[in-house]
Design a binder for this molecule. Structure first.
Ligand code: GLU
Length: 362
């Protein structure tokens, strides 16, 4: 593989790969693989993040009896569906002369530097050997709070870790619309410059089979765009969508790289490690407004804190959210969760996050 190759992280959701009867849509998989081959032929390396295991498992066996409860039944569906999904990819790709390797990841794997490095090294080595990495969350072992919110989050983490040139989310809708996409008057938003622009268009419609919805996709693109990656939400239903992207066609909703922002290395590292956040700090509307004014750096004071969630210690990474769940940023806590809880809403208390150790989304 040539060294000057571009790298794309492509994530495909369950809805794009499965039919109503929860059987794999072989034609969709063939189409995707064929387009990936075209990208590789043009010296574009691809990391594919594919959902679909759990739903495919449901398609294989609709009734699972479980003395261990519904969570175990869901693990069983993943255990059934993942090899079926991979076998289908393997066969299709083999016919195209492409070798693939399965990489199953849990959120915990990104908690430690060693395992993060192991994942990185493995995927890097697959790419060097011209083997297509196909990544999914390991839904057999990661359940409930151990899980990623969805594969959008996992895929954006990989886009950040590998400094991908492009991050493409293939979903059932063709991008972000100004209203519910099922409304015939809905218009596609071609470009989103920041999270605030996008939020006004989001309906809380959830996807049919997968765990995500539009909001996590937008958040994932926003993170990657902050690191200089060009992101796109689009659909496999658009003919030759990946080829169209290579040819510079406008298809879907773009999140251009935020070249206007320069992050120092420490703040870049915070963003890279977003999945390691140990707690959530919910701030009030006044504080939210202050942090949305990016003209100067600000520390987070307890007076603006509404709620403290999770159990963190001094020097742990925490996520800061507005009361409406807007992602404000990520920072290093100066004291633990219990102290933060005691100080929440009070004046004249020491800052929880110093601006030097606070990355704020723009
Ligand atoms: N990892 C899940 C699966 O393969 C999907 C998660 C998601 O919907 O993002 O079934």
């Amino acid at each position: 593989m040539k060294t000057n190759a571009e790298l794309w992280v492509i994530k495909i959701g369950s809805n794009s790969l499965l039919k109503e009867d929860k059987r794999l849509n072989i034609q969709a998989l063939e189409d995707l693989c064929q387009q990936i081959k075209c990208l590789r032929d043009q010296n574009i390396q691809v990391i594919l993040v594919s959902s679909g295991a759990v739903t495919a498992g449901k398609g294989l066996k609709s009734e699972i009896t479980s003395s261990q409860g519904e969570v175990a039944a869901e693990q069983v569906r993943a255990a059934l569906g993942q090899p079926y999904l991979m076998e289908t990819y393997r066969k299709i790709l083999a016919d195209l002369g492409i070798a693939m390797g399965q990489v199953l990841i849990t959120k915990n794997d990104f908690d430690e530097n060693d395992t993060t490095t192991n994942i990185h090294n493995c995927i890097q080595c697959l790419l060097e050997n011209n083997i297509l990495p196909i990544v999914n969350e390991n839904d057999v072992t990661s359940v409930r709070e151990l899980m990623f919110t969805d594969n959008d989050e996992l895929a954006s983490l990989l886009a950040l870790q590998f400094s991908a040139d492009k991050f493409v989310l293939l979903t059932e809708v063709k991008g972000l619309y100004d209203k519910n996409p099922h409304d015939p008057t809905a218009q596609l938003i071609p470009e989103v410059k920041n999270l605030e622009d996008a939020k006004q268009y989001i309906t809380d419609e959830k996807s049919h089979f997968g765990r995500g919805g539009m909001l996590p996709k937008i958040r994932s693109c926003n993170k990657a765009a902050h690191m200089g990656c060009a992101c796109l939400i689009t659909s496999l239903a658009t003919q030759d969508v990946l080829i169209q992207i290579v040819n510079g066609e406008k298809c879907g909703t773009w999140f251009p790289p935020r070249e206007d922002i320069s992050l120092n290395n420490f703040k870049k590292r915070l963003l890279h490690q977003f999945s390691r956040a140990k707690g959530k700090i919910i701030i009030d509307a006044t504080a939210t407004k202050l942090f949305k004014d990016h003209s100067r750096a600000r520390s987070l004071l307890p007076v603006g804190i509404l709620d403290v969630q999770g159990d963190f210690n001094k020097d742990d990474l925490v996520e800061v959210l507005g009361a409406d769940e807007t992602h404000i940023g990520l920072g290093i806590a100066e004291y633990d969760a219990q102290t933060a809880q005691e100080y929440a809403g009070l004046q004249n208390k020491p800052f929880l996050i110093h601006y030097d150790r606070f990355f704020v989304y723009q």
